[in-house]
Design a protein around this ligand. Structure first.
Ligand code: AMP
Length: 418
């Protein structure tokens, strides 16, 4: 079932959204992108004459925690939806059930943080540090058992289930995946956001126009290894940048000074280079760096060859020669995936490389390329540089997006398609 085909009139929908927004110390929302992203789905349900029972997590609470209460975002949700949304102080219990049952067409109810219950994630809590393996196994079994009741209860509030939380689609949690089995195929669907995400991922996985270029930045090879290996089977060009650069440089015998490096991944870096060669993938690494004499925005800086970084200095961004080389590859591409900055973009003086990558992607997109930007920091990058409007799609998913591109089946997606 697709959300466009579904008529919500007179129906109660359990909608799993990702309202895990950043809050400041006074509980003000500092970035409401995730809330806005779910609005088309919520508005469609209400406009049809349905009612929405909204479930989300906020943060990583280990139990009921005032700081992570969804009541902090209620007022803003009212403003965004233009109605007074009701609130249940607990996602379980009589209050939630009664409020859900009494909902009228066009009304919405926000449930308290689903992760106040260990059952949402299905992971035991409060285990002693010295718990034995047996105790751990028993606790796990117990939470898995009670998770069934928890999930069934959530499902009992509604006639249909809508998953619009792409950010948690890679987790087989109660409200993101398990709940779907309580609804038949005609009564469960993706929300609009999820539909868009799934389509965008599908394009870079299955509808590739060539050349296909992936730009992988960020700090560590170890956190990106699976996706890099997977991409080697798909892309024509693979630009590996950011802090990962120096592991590759050192592996080839270069001098990297104090630059970030994973010494236990040197062999892996060489292996990846070899694999790229065997597969005919053009692996592009930086040739020069913007180096600094301390890890700070105000450090003294200069440019040098990436493999000749003096002692006491560290590479915090790519240099102009690399920018040019990266831009050339990007501009000649028809499918582009960008994850991770070229340098420490949080420091204004080391944003140039990431900005130039973003600009090259925008230009390629103007010339007909499909460009997908995703994973926490790259989204922050395109937003910071005001380039989000110039790329084809900015994903709201971090881990979920990377796992999808690794080729993994995401539980949240599978549960709807089953
Ligand atoms: P990730 O979370 O793996 O995508 O990495 C993003 C982080 O990598 C950002 O916080 C950047 O500051 C950091 N980063 C990028 N380039 C470098 C570098 N040359 N040295 C240290 N950190 C870097």
């Amino acid at each position: 079932m697709t959300i466009d085909q579904f008529n919500f009139a007179g129906k109660k929908a359990f909608v799993r959204v990702d309202f895990n927004v950043p809050l400041d110390e006074n509980f003000n929302i500092t970035d409401d992108t995730r809330m806005r992203a779910a609005l088309p789905t919520l508005k469609k349900i209400l406009a049809d004459g349905g009612s929405a029972i909204i479930g989300s997590h906020l943060g990583r609470p280990k139990g009921v925690t005032e700081k992570f209460s969804l009541k902090h975002i209620l007022k803003h949700l009212d403003e965004l939806l233009g109605i007074e949304v009701q609130f249940a102080n607990d996602c379980m219990g009589e209050e939630a059930a009664a409020k859900a049952a009494a909902l009228q067409p066009g009304e919405a109810l926000l449930l308290e943080n689903l992760r106040f219950y260990a059952e949402e994630e299905g992971k035991p809590r409060g285990l002693a540090d010295d718990a034995t393996d047996e105790e751990k196994a028993a606790a796990k079994k117990a939470v898995k058992e009670s998770q069934k009741e928890f999930t069934k209860k959530l499902a009992s509030y509604a006639d249909c289930y809508v998953n619009d939380a792409f950010g948690t689609a890679h987790r087989a949690h109660a409200s993101t995946a398990l709940i779907a089995k309580y609804f038949d195929k005609d009564n469960k669907m993706f929300g609009y956001l999820m539909e868009k995400e799934v389509k965008a991922v599908d394009k870079v996985l299955n509808d590739i126009h060539r050349p296909f270029t992936a730009i992988m930045g960020g700090s560590k090879v170890s956190s990106k290894i699976e996706i890099i290996e997977n991409l080697l089977n798909k892309v024509d060009n693979l630009i590996i940048t950011g802090g990962m650069t120096y592991t590759f440089t050192k592996a080839q015998g270069g001098k990297i000074g104090l630059s970030i490096c994973e010494d236990d991944k040197l062999d892996l870096a060489l292996e990846l280079m070899q694999k790229a060669k065997e597969k005919g993938v053009n692996l592009v690494l930086a040739t020069d760096a913007k180096i600094a004499d301390s890890f700070s925005n105000d450090a003294n800086t200069k440019f040098c060859k990436v493999n000749e970084i003096p002692d006491g200095w560290e590479g915090l961004d790519i240099g102009p020669e690399s920018e040019k080389a990266f831009a050339e590859v990007i501009k000649g591409s028809k499918t582009i995936l960008w994850n991770g900055p070229t340098g420490v973009f949080e420091f204004e003086n080391f944003t140039h490389g990431s900005r130039s990558v973003g600009e090259a992607i925008v230009e390629a997109t103007k010339n007909g390329a499909f460009s997908l930007v995703g994973g926490g920091d790259s989204v922050a990058c395109v937003n910071k540089f005001g380039l989000a409007g110039g790329v084809s799609y900015v994903s709201t998913g971090g881990g979920a997006l990377l796992e999808a591109i690794e080729g993994k089946v995401l539980p949240g997606i599978a549960a709807i398609n089953e």
